[in-house]
Design a protein around this ligand. Structure first.
Ligand SMILES: *Cc1c(COP(=O)(O)O)cnc(C)c1O
Length: 328
């Protein structure tokens, strides 16, 4: 697969000694919030592959979609700017332009993206709005490339198989053999890449995904689909069956993006023990999941855990301080 070289790699793999002391198991952070473009995050690795594909197909305009605090959108605009492509964003969630304009959305506009707002409530459905933007770009003589939802095509999955190889090398250098790799799950592409990486590169840990939106049932169907797609393009020998997939959906809370008490507590704990900033939509809920798994005994205190920090911090600025700080 074609790939650009835009991310700052390898991202650090850091011990978290004070968080480990607070929770029990030995915890290390794989810092994919530090991938280095457009304030970083897991979408940088995925877009290295997807933008390379877009350029190979002669595209000059990237079309990306997501919620109005989408990290993918922000990173897509920054990376497209860096290779001289235009970006059109199709953002859903609320009718009209959200006010105040903060967090990722502010950055999208600062980076110069053209934004079309779609009222996707109550269902997460863009209807034909992406096709309409695509047709409009063509009508103006442009060549659009539509980034799949969550950048979770075979290319996006491949990015996290490569990330597994990077992680494995760091683990060898540090002489660490973790029992668990924990990651937040949105669309599921990152999890699928990490699971395919673990299975095909024979890593000794179990990959557990903490869902921030989808149900476990949905993901148990969707992840093998992503895996088959990537597996056939990359000719992988090991593909996951349902029983190979470990995902938890108990930490979503009322909805995608709704701040849970567990999430805001997890963000404060990690900030105050390690000085590491998590995000309210993905990594905060993933950390709430890790804490829950330790408390329920699914992860033992004598085990070692790698926590993948996927970024997303700009969304913090779209939340109320009272919610993030609790009753302080
Ligand atoms: C998109 C995203 C995820 C989830 O990745 P998927 O591949 O969609 O499951 C996790 N964390 C952050 C910060 C993200 O932006």
């Amino acid at each position: 697969m074609p790939r650009l070289n835009l991310a700052k790699l390898p991202t650090p793999l850091d011990e978290a000694p004070r968080l480990s002391a607070a929770l029990g198991p030995r915890i290390l952070f794989k810092r994919d919030d530090l991938t280095g473009v457009g304030l970083g995050g897991n979408k940088v690795r995925k877009l290295e592959f997807l933008i390379a594909r877009a350029l190979q197909e002669g595209a000059d305009t990237l079309i990306a979609s997501g919620g109005f605090q989408s990290n993918l959108a922000r990173i897509a605009v920054a990376m497209a700017n860096g290779v001289g492509m235009r970006t059109e964003l199709v953002l859903g969630g609320v009718p009209g332009e959200p006010r105040p304009m903060v967090g990722n959305l502010l950055l999208d506009r600062l980076l110069g993206a053209k934004v079309t707002y779609v009222d996707t409530e109550p269902r997460w459905d863009f209807g034909d709005s992406i096709e309409r933007v695509e047709a409009e770009v063509r009508r103006r003589g442009g060549h659009p490339y539509v980034v799949p939802l969550g950048a979770s095509s075979a290319e996006g999955v491949a990015a996290y198989i490569c990330a597994t190889a990077e992680l494995q090398q760091q683990l060898v250098e540090l002489n660490v053999e973790p029992h668990h790799l924990i990651v937040g799950v949105g669309s599921g592409g990152t999890y699928t890449g990490l699971l395919l990486g673990q299975m095909n590169l024979q890593a000794g840990y179990r990959v557990t995904g903490i869902s921030v939106s989808r149900t476990r049932e949905y993901l148990l169907d969707k992840i093998p689909e992503f895996a088959r797609e990537a597996g056939s393009e990359l000719q992988l020998s090991h593909l996951p069956r349902r029983q190979d997939i470990f995902v938890q959906d108990e930490y979503v809370g009322p909805s995608y993006g709704a701040l849970t008490q567990g999430c805001s507590e997890a963000i404060r704990l990690v900030a105050r023990t390690e000085g590491v900033i998590l995000d309210p939509v993905y990594s905060g809920k993933a950390m709430a999941g890790l804490i829950g798994m330790i408390r329920s005994g699914l992860i033992r205190r004598d085990e070692t855990v790698v926590f993948l920090h996927t970024g997303g911090q700009p969304a913090l600025f779209a939340y109320e301080s009272e919610q993030l700080l609790g009753r302080e």
